[in-house]
Design a protein around this ligand. Structure first.
Ligand code: C2E
Ligand code: CA
Ligand code: CA
Ligand code: CA
Length: 277
């Protein structure tokens, strides 16, 4: 946006062509998203996670997917920030949560031993009924709480620190058996202090650390340090964005508990997940 000085002294804003494009796409996304939610047009893909020691798939991460007739594919990186600003993230969250629990329960009945994680946004936890909502969804699908994993980012962690009720809600769910993962670890400002404060079962090291792990000695040390840190706090450590065997081998050597990434599999459908067992 460029500001132009008006004769009278004030300024008016005019949009550059690319700003104009961004703004109109954004408005379109908001409009179409409402429709998509109404028509159940979103769907979910699952990113497998394997246990480093056994090489077996132990969990999948539910990731929202949206292919719109008009807009084409809208990636989560574009969709989620807009949904967070408009508040529609709550609806997306409920949709993904329902899918995750429904699917986890189906796999439980088929004796496929896999947990399902879902990405939550702080807005969802500001809702005082969050615990009730999650319990209701678990009951609706007859899904055992221990099959549900909730991921949240450091940004969430930092805001949550000042909001005791959020931590309280997490604790209640944790007592039910639900587990929590600190996602994209290392990218924000979470300090040891947060790690201690929040009820975390697992830490996910961000892919940006993993992509450089086979480079400089310093970078190796950094990842090794993050893994040690997690273990000293008694949490499981997962690496994300593992694309090459060399990265996998190093992570194994460093004692990382689990990993996910294209080296294992891209996000796949529920049917494809079943074929892995
Ligand atoms: P994330 O939580 O870090 O999710 C993992 C992302 O990394 C996914 O992208 C996945 O497709 C991608 N990925 C997996 N393995 C690899 C790899 O080896 N290399 C590379 N380069 N990428 C890999 P996706 O699905 O585009 O999601 C992007 C982000 O959007 C997610 O990052 C997550 O923060 C957010 N997101 C996705 N679904 C939801 C949702 O249902 N709710 C909320 N609140 N956020 C979501
Ligand atoms: Ca995640
Ligand atoms: Ca990440
Ligand atoms: Ca992540």
């Amino acid at each position: 946006i460029q500001k132009i000085k008006k004769e009278g002294g004030g300024s008016i804003a005019i949009l550059s062509q690319s700003d104009h494009y961004k703004l109109s796409r954004r408005i379109q996304i908001e409009k179409r998203l409402l429709l998509a939610l109404d028509h159940n047009d979103l769907h979910v893909m699952y990113l497998p996670q394997v246990d480093v020691a056994t090489g077996k798939v132990i969990a999948v991460e539910a990731l929202v997917r949206w292919e719109d007739e008009v807009l084409g594919t809208v990636s989560p990186d574009e969709l989620i920030p807009i949904a967070e600003e408009t508040g529609l993230i709550n609806e997306i969250g409920t949709f993904v949560l329902e899918k995750a629990c429904e699917q986890a329960a189906i796999w439980q009945r088929k004796e496929i031993p896999v947990k399902v994680s879902y990405n939550s946004s702080i807005r969802e936890f500001r809702d005082k009924n969050m615990v009730k909502t999650i319990r209701k969804v678990l009951e609706k699908y007859n899904c055992s709480p221990s099959l549900l994993q909730i991921e949240f980012t450091e940004k969430f962690a930092i805001e949550a620190e000042g909001e005791q009720s959020i931590i309280g809600q997490m604790r209640k769910l944790q007592q039910d058996g639900v587990t929590f993962t600190l996602d994209d670890f290392g990218t924000g400002y979470a300090s040891l202090h947060y790690l201690q404060l929040l009820p975390i079962d697992e830490m996910k090291i961000d892919s940006s650390f993993i992509s450089s792990i086979t480079g400089l000695e310093k970078q190796k040390k950094l990842v090794q340090g993050l893994i040690h840190l997690g273990h000293s706090l008694g949490v499981r450590v997962v690496a994300e964005g593992v694309e090459h065997e060399s990265q996998y081998l190093l992570l194994k050597e460093f004692g990382c508990d689990a990993l996910q990434g294209y080296y294992i599999s891209p996000p796949i459908s529920a049917e494809e997940v079943e074929k892995l067992f």
